[in-house]
Write a protein that binds this ligand. Structure first.
Ligand code: PHE
Ligand code: CO
Length: 294
């Protein structure tokens, strides 16, 4: 992956599906030895350096400046709730604010965690946030999710009651998918919604996916570029579609509303998984006659 490193062409701090833990080429970056059994750990806020707070501020500034016209309204409304953008938030303080809004909390983790632990936390409305911040030379691109991606990208929408419910349902669905050996399908749903989802609004297409919203380049690319295809949300179609982990996405899927997302994912997935096991997979850039093209 690093041999093809090209910051100009890549998504900055794009999302990484939780399923790849332990399978990467590099050793994990965080301190897993100090983590608890559920993979949560102490944030150790006092250990952040002044340089790290400054880097976090610069990341926030760059990203906040381009939200208008590209990020969905729910995200823009909530991003201020992250607190003082000049320093890395204290997770405990942010959790108090978030708990009052939607019952969610954030918990520190050393980095990517095994899918089972990830699903279990989400099912309990606890969102795992990586405690470490990228290095200055990773300003434009970081391979794994860091505290900036996890906080800035994911936490604002946890303030939205509907999206908050979707994330918990996803966690519960993950525990079930694991028993059905269907995590790969569910990971694709996560990827194309939570990380790279677009939403159709009266004002035009907007991003709600955290991988896009925390990316310096992909936010504008995903909404505006003529290169990628933007297709209407289709649950089983998404679950068949592979995705790019080392470049901008070839396809983005567009929901009409969070209500649509919740309604489409409410049915029992067990029979869907069974059918998918017999359906051919789709390449990330494939186009079907049945696709609704934006
Ligand atoms: N309805 C899904 C199931 O039965 C659970 C789920 C909900 C999964 C929302 C993802 C998102 O497995
Ligand atoms: Co993410």
């Amino acid at each position: 992956m690093s041999s093809r490193f090209d910051p100009g062409a890549k998504a900055s701090n794009r999302g990484v599906a939780p399923v790849i833990y332990g399978t990467g080429e590099r050793p994990p970056r965080g301190d897993y030895a100090s983590a608890r059994e559920d993979f949560t750990c102490e944030q150790h806020w006092e250990r952040y350096t002044a340089q790290e707070h400054t880097l976090y501020r610069r990341l926030c500034e760059r990203q906040t400046a381009q939200l208008a016209g590209l990020a969905c309204g729910e995200f823009i409304e909530a991003v201020g709730q992250l607190g003082d953008p000049r320093q890395i938030p204290r997770f405990d303080d942010l959790s108090d604010t978030l708990r009052r809004a939607t019952g969610w909390q954030i918990v520190a983790v050393p980095g990517l965690i095994p899918e089972e632990a990830f699903f279990a936390l989400l099912a309990k409305r606890r969102f795992p946030v990586t405690s470490w911040l990228r290095n200055p030379d990773e300003f434009d691109y970081v391979v794994e999710p860091d505290v900036f991606h996890d906080l800035f990208g994911h936490v604002p929408l946890l303030f939205d009651p509907m999206f908050a419910d979707y994330m918990q349902a996803y966690g519960e669905g993950g525990l079930k998918a694991r028993d059905l050996q269907a995590c790969e399908y569910l990971a694709r749903l996560y990827w194309y919604t939570v990380e790279f989802g677009l939403i159709d609004t009266p004002a035009g297409l907007r991003a709600y996916g955290a991988g896009i919203l925390s990316s310096a380049g992909e936010l504008r690319y995903s909404v505006m570029s003529p290169v990628p295809q933007r297709l209407g949300f289709d649950l089983t179609r998404i679950m068949r579609t592979s995705y790019k982990i080392d470049s901008y996405q070839a396809s983005y899927f567009v929901i009409d509303s969070f209500a649509q997302l919740i309604a489409a994912t409410a049915p029992d997935f067990a029979p869907i998984y069974e059918r998918l096991a017999r359906a051919p997979g789709l390449a990330a850039d494939e186009r079907l006659a049945t696709d609704r093209v934006f």
